[in-house]
Structures are given as C-alpha cells and as structure tokens.
Design a protein around this ligand. Structure first.
Ligand SMILES: Cc1cc2nc3c(=O)[nH]c(=O)nc-3n(C[C@H](O)[C@H](O)[C@H](O)COP(=O)(O)OP(=O)(O)OC[C@H]3O[C@@H](n4cnc5c(N)ncnc54)[C@H](O)[C@@H]3O)c2cc1C
Ligand code: SF4
Length: 544
C-alpha cells in the first residue's frame, strides 16, 4: 500500500499518503467527477481517495464486454486525473495479485492498512452497494459520511416528499414541479411555448425513404489506457457477451463534453421528431448517446439541460425537440431514481403479472428470425447501446408479451448496456417495460402488436413474419402474443381505464379466433429455448 514515487503503468508522479488518515474518500466507478460532494473538502495532507476495480461488479450479472470496458477505462482515466492533480490515491486494480474480488473486501483491506478516522462517500446509486459499504463501516465501527449526489436536480428526500399522500405517482406532475423549481424552459410562471408537453409532435417515423443524412456519431478511438482495458477484458471476461471491436465511448470528461457539444449542434434539432423511430442497421439516429457519460458522472445533467435550453433560446433547435430531450433528463431520469430509492429493496422482487417464463437464449446472441429483435439485440451486443424505443417496444415488449420473469429481464438489461446501473435500469425494466410493479411507475402496460413496430420502422419489410397476422405459419409472434397477453390478463386490465380501447378491440374476437391465438401462442412458447440459468443471476437484495 505504500506508494512508490511514480505509477508503474502511467509514469505519473504519486502523491505520498498522509501518515494519519482523516478521511478515506470512496469514489465508486460511477462517481467520476472531481467536483463531487465527497471531494468537496478534500485535504491532501490528511485525506486519501480510494478506488477499486473488482470482479464482482462485472460478474454479479453476466456483464457485457462493452459495459465492463467502459467502466474500467473511465475509472483509470479518472484516477490518472487525480494523480495529476496530486491527490493521494489508493487504487486497486482488477489484475492486482492480491485482489479480493468485491468492493466490501477491498474496502476492508484499505481500512485495515490506512486506519482512517472517517469514511466519506457521495451516496451510491445502487442500494446493494450502499448496504455492503455500510456493513463494512459498521464492522470497523467507523462513521460513514454519506453526502448528497449533486448529479441530480432533486434529492431522494424531495421525491419522497412529492410522493407522500399521492395515490398514484406520475412523471408529468414531478416533471412540471422540477421545471418550475429550477426555472427550466419557463417564461415567467408559464411553460415556454404555453405547453408543458410536446409529445404529440415527437412521434414521426422515417417514412418509406428512411433516415436521410444522419450525422455520424461522436466516437473516440481507444487510447493506450483503453486498449489495455480492452486486452484485459478480452482475457479476463472472454466468455462474457458482446464484442469490443467497435468501442468508442467517451471515457473522460473532455470527451464527454465534446460528445455533448456535437449532439447539441448536429442531432438535437431532429431529436424530438424521430425520438421513437427505428431503422434496420441504424443504431444511432438522432439520439444523444450521452446516458453512459451522465451515469458515470462525466457530465452533470445541469450542464446538459442548460446546453439544450440554450439551443432553443438561440433559435438553433425547435422547442418540441428541446422539451422532448429535457423531459428525458429532468423528468424520467429523476423520476426513476426517486421510484428506485423510495421502493428498494422490495422493488426487485415485484412480479405483478406473475410472469414465470425464462428469458429466451437468443437474447444473448441475436440469433432469431424476428427481424426487429435481431436488429436490436445484434446492435446491443456490438455497441452496448440501443435507444429507448428499441429497449421498450422491441426487446422489452417481446419479454412482456412472452411472460418472462421480470427479474430475468432485469438481469439482461443490467448486463448488456454501457449505461446500465441499477437505479435507472431496474425501474425502467421492471416498472416501465414489464409492468412488474403493477402500475407504480407507468399508468398501463406498454403493449402493442407487431403493427406498432411496422409503423415505427422498416423491420417488418425484411422479416419472414407478417405483423398483420396473429395465426398461421407467417403470423408475427408480437401480434400473436399481444392478443394472448390481453386475453391472459383481461380481468386485471379491465380495471384500468387506459386499457379500454385495447380491450374493446379484443372483445371483437370470437371464441374460435381466441382459441386459435391461444394455440399459436402456446406453440410459439414451446419453441423458445430458454437461456441458461447461470447467465441470469440477479442482484437480489438477498445476496447481501
Ligand atoms: C427496459 C429499459 C431499460 C433501460 N435501462 C437503462 C439503463 O440501464 N440506463 C439508462 O441510463 N437508461 C436506461 N433506459 C432509459 C433509456 O432507454 C436510455 O437512457 C437511453 O436509451 C440512452 O440513450 P441516449 O443517451 O441516446 O438517450 P436519449 O434518447 O438521447 O435521451 C437523453 C437522455 O435522457 C435520459 N433518459 C432517457 N430516457 C430515460 C428513462 N426512461 N429513464 C431515465 N433516463 C432516461 C438518459 O440520460 C439519456 O441519455 C432504459 C429504458 C428501458 C425501456
Ligand atoms: S413482422 Fe413481427 S417479428 Fe417481424 S419485424 Fe415485424 S414486428 Fe418484428
């Protein structure tokens, strides 16, 4: 633990560790901001930063190679920045000979060696991590100074106060409250443009011509640090899903700022219009691809929202696009975090629809004849990225209609995306995608037939199935399973006024049509090969 003068891998001069340590400041892999609350009063003469790469964070779910690489590379770059600034740092590497494999065990080792008076940390995003670190602090009888995470507009306490006494939680009210409180897209007391919501303007497809002149995504060639990480991931996590050939994510703050600027300049004006649209072989479209940088804390949502509002105020981007984008960050991002922290750990176990099927094996390979799923899963494994509608209305929708256990779906989403951290992934998957919480997060299940995918993309054109058919050899599995879902859950859905239209259409089916659909759905289910259980370990609260 005693540092040599220079770091062997980077040749950076190392600051000496203080003889007596006041604060051991814990910086987790998704807290990579030198301005974070934990580092606010850092004193290099008496404090030490502690960071650790541990195998458990890549194996508690079967993490994809892109996801592991993005975290490790960003952590190593951030550690080098701290070293350059002369901060005393203890950094445990995954390939250290004496690595202990978990955050708790590594922290235990550091405490035993450094004897700090206090542990300081910005509130972790994940319940599992907070509770394991709390347990270590308690074991050593050390105070844990837990500080608010300033990478959100609101605190969990704000959300809890908003939620108190409400029968139902809905994004819209929370979002409006935050817009008013922070004066975002407001003209005095009124929302800019006289409307809170421009969703109706933001639902275009690309039409027959397809997307035209989509700007190239902002990608970054791996430098020496990232290349080392890629080599390590190839060796250490060879059997994990996905590939690394296309790795180009921002892993430093400078890169993240460049990606933000390029998005505002090149993509934001059309973001809203094509927010829900999909196209085969076009993974990037007009989305920002900033979720990973935001979740690692390389970017602060305040600067992202400000940049978007500036684009509207200067006439660079239309209000509908800017409001649509800001709604995702100021609205959804804050909302899902509030849901997560006010309902954990029980939230992990919800299964309101009693879905019991296993995840199909081809979620890990993309080898399916369903063109929409093949496209979304293949790009996910290649880049660690899919945009919201692909996650919600393709991979998420199919799992919901098939009746896959929400916990297995959750494990998949937490594994495969570069932006996947539990506080944001779990409510989106279990709540919004799978209706596992019975309507806490979303006012109704997001269900549709293959015709929705046909309307929003060109996938069906190149597919062997027909989205208009629910039975027969060419029936689209989405369409079959959609009607089957409505029939299986009819009694429950009848209680939901927002499902009235869909149930009215179901009522038009006669008994023979219903039977045929049920049989077709059963045959489809029987033909689906389930994924191996070893690959869908979940982060159950019980693991602690
Ligand atoms: C089943 C499912 C799982 C998801 N898992 C994750 C996840 O693990 N991590 C994650 O960051 N997002 C997740 N999302 C939300 C959303 O799909 C991603 O944030 C988005 O696709 C990231 O791409 P982007 O940066 O190009 O986003 P853009 O479309 O450009 O949106 C801008 C930003 O808004 C935020 N945002 C958008 N939608 C949401 C949302 N529903 N919840 C929270 N923030 C949102 C993100 O920070 C995003 O970068 C999930 C959505 C679904 C339906
Ligand atoms: S026909 Fe069905 S399975 Fe094929 S691409 Fe369309 S929605 Fe997907």
């Amino acid at each position: 633990m005693t540092p040599t003068d220079t770091h062997p891998a980077t040749a950076l001069r190392l600051a000496p560790l203080p003889a007596t340590v006041r604060n051991l400041v814990i910086v987790l892999g998704d807290q990579l901001d030198a301005e974070s609350s934990a580092l606010q009063d850092f004193d290099p003469t008496q404090d030490v930063v502690w960071m650790a790469e541990v195998a458990q964070e890549s194996t508690h779910v079967w993490s994809a190679k892109q996801r592991i690489a993005v975290f490790l590379s960003a952590m190593r770059h951030f550690a080098d920045d701290l070293r350059r600034q002369g901060l005393p740092l203890v950094y445990a590497r995954l390939d250290d000979a004496d690595t202990r494999g978990t955050l708790a065990l590594e922290l235990d080792k550091a405490i035993t060696q450094l004897h700090p008076a206090t542990l300081v940390i910005t509130a972790p995003g994940d319940w599992r991590v907070l509770h394991s670190l709390r347990a270590v602090a308690a074991e050593h009888q050390l105070p844990l100074d837990l500080r608010d995470d300033t990478h959100f507009f609101s605190t969990v306490r704000d959300f809890a106060a908003h939620a108190q006494g409400r029968k139902q939680l809905r994004l819209e009210y929370w979002y409006r409250e935050l817009r008013q409180k922070h004066g975002i897209l407001m003209d005095g007391k009124e929302p800019a443009g006289g409307q809170w919501n421009f969703d109706a303007d933001n639902r275009e497809s690309f039409g027959k011509a397809g997307p035209q002149n989509v700007p190239a995504p902002t990608r970054f060639a791996p430098d020496a640090t990232t290349q080392d990480v890629i080599a390590l991931v190839h060796t250490r996590f060879a059997s994990h899903p996905g590939s690394l050939g296309s790795f180009g994510w921002p892993v430093t703050r400078t890169q993240a700022l460049a990606a933000l600027q390029a998005f505002i300049q090149e993509r934001l004006p059309l973001f809203g219009l094509y927010e829900d649209a999909m196209w085969s072989g076009e993974p990037w479209l007009y989305h920002s691809h900033l979720s990973c940088a935001l979740n690692l804390k390389l970017l602060n949502p305040r600067e992202v929202v400000q940049a978007a509002e500036d684009a509207y105020r200067t006439g660079h981007a239309p209000l509908a696009a800017v409001e649509g984008f800001i709604r995702q960050i100021l609205g959804w991002r804050e909302y899902v975090r509030g849901i997560y922290w006010t309902h954990m750990p029980g939230y992990l176990e919800h299964n309101a629809l009693d879905a019991q099927a296993e995840l199909p094996a081809w979620y890990w390979t993309g080898e399916t004849e369903m063109a929409c799923l093949k496209d979304a899963i293949t790009q996910t494994l290649e880049h660690g990225y899919a945009h919201h509608i692909q996650r919600l209305m393709v991979t998420g929708l199919y799992a919901l209609l098939l009746g896959v256990k929400p916990q297995a779906v959750h494990a998949w989403y937490l594994s495969v995306y570069v932006d996947a951290v539990e506080w944001v992934e779990l409510p989106n998957t279990l709540g919004m995608g799978q209706f596992g919480d019975g309507g806490l997060m979303a006012s109704k299940p997001y269900v549709a037939s293959g015709k929705y995918i046909q309307r929003m993309s060109n996938h069906c054109k190149g597919c062997r199935y027909d989205p208009a058919l629910s039975t027969g050899a060419n029936a689209c599995p989405f369409t079959t399973l959609y009607w089957d879902f409505l029939m299986r859950h009819e009694a429950l859905l009848k209680k939901n006024p927002r499902m009235a239209m869909q149930l009215k259409n179901l009522a038009r089916l006669d008994d023979a049509a219903r039977d045929a659909i049920t049989h077709q759905a059963m045959a489809h289910r029987d033909a689906v090969q389930p994924a191996s259980k070893a690959r869908v370990t979940t982060t159950s609260a019980r693991c602690l």
